[in-house]
Each structure stands twice: as C-alpha cells, then as structure tokens.
Design a protein around this ligand. Structure first.
Ligand SMILES: [Zn+2]
Ligand SMILES: [Zn+2]
Length: 183
C-alpha cells in the first residue's frame, strides 16, 4: 500500500513521528513500477511531513538496443501533506496556496502515489541503458548485437564528424588555457 491512514497521527501533537513500511505498485505513465521502502511521517503545524527512501523497479526501454529491462531506482521523498478536512469537526480546511502541494483526503488517507510518480520520473535516466556496455543494434541490418552478430561491414567513420571533434577539442583546450591564464 502506498496510501497511509493518518487519522490517529493528525490528532497527535506537533513533532510526533511514525514510521511506515511502504510497498505496492504505482502506475507511472502506463508502466507498472514496484515500490518498497519506509517513510517517516512527522506531524507538523500544518499537516504531515513525509520523508523516506523508496526503491522502485521501473521497466524501461534501452536507448541503444530498444529492449525492455528492469531499472532499479532509489528516490528520496520529502513532501508535506495538508489535510483537506478538520480531523475533529470534519469541516473543510483551507489549503495553502502552494503550487503542486499534496493533500490528505477526506478519509484521512495520505496517498504517496503522485509523489512517487513525480520523483521516479525525475530519477529515470535521459538515455537508459540495459547495461553500461550494451552493444546496441547494428545500424545496417538492425540485429541486436547483444544477442547475435552479423556480417555487416563496420560503419566507416564520417570524416566530417572527426573534423568537428577536432574543433571541439581545440575549443576546450583553448578555454582551459584561458582559465589557467586568469588564475
Ligand atoms: Zn541495450
Ligand atoms: Zn548487421
């Protein structure tokens, strides 16, 4: 469960702390992610502060060979959750005008789903790799070079690119020299 009932804790005094085991499945943009870990909930003057380290397993597509693989990620969540109803009277509470704030619903459930979704999306690498030295796909015949080899001749290096990389290198060297000169 990534939903925690906080009705008891909302009645406790500021600073009270409770730890909860979290495990469940969170849907992130149509992909099921298993999540497990522990969150510490602390009563604040405005609501409940959730802090925790969670481990997720996201199914990603390798940017080189396009195969699906399981990518373990660790996310550190820290978010304050605001109650929408008064725990004693049940009356609706005004919410702070903070963009993207998280809320505790009228059943006193603190739902970590949206925070997990946002933090996981930030943690996913821009170019995921199934493993560091993934051989990728052959640019000529498309075979997955992790699983098979092919007889295609190696791609000739594009001479325009090597000219460009020389330029970039020279630029970097020049700026290094410049920095040294100013020191
Ligand atoms: Zn790969
Ligand atoms: Zn090939």
């Amino acid at each position: 469960m990534v939903q925690i009932n906080v009705s008891q804790q909302l009645k406790e005094s500021i600073g009270s702390i409770r730890n909860h085991e979290v495990s469940g499945i969170v849907d992130i943009d149509g992909i099921k992610n298993t999540v497990r870990g522990e969150v510490k909930l602390m009563r604040t003057d405005r609501g409940i502060l959730a802090q925790g380290t969670l481990h997720t397993d996201s199914e990603l597509t390798c940017s080189r060979c396009l195969s699906l693989f399981n990518c373990p990620l660790t996310i550190n969540i820290e978010e304050e959750y605001f109650p929408t109803t008064d725990i004693v009277s049940g009356a609706p509470l005004p919410l702070p005008e903070e963009p993207g704030r998280f809320t505790i619903n009228e059943h006193n459930l603190l739902d970590l789903t949206e925070a997990i979704r946002q933090y996981t999306l930030l943690a996913i690498p821009m170019k995921p790799l199934c493993h560091q030295d993934c051989a990728g796909l052959c640019p000529t015949c498309g075979v997955n070079l992790n699983q098979a080899s092919c007889d295609c001749p190696p791609e000739p290096a594009d001479s325009r690119w090597s000219e460009l990389s020389k330029l970039v290198l020279t630029d970097t060297e020049a700026s290094v020299k410049e920095q040294k000169g100013t020191q």
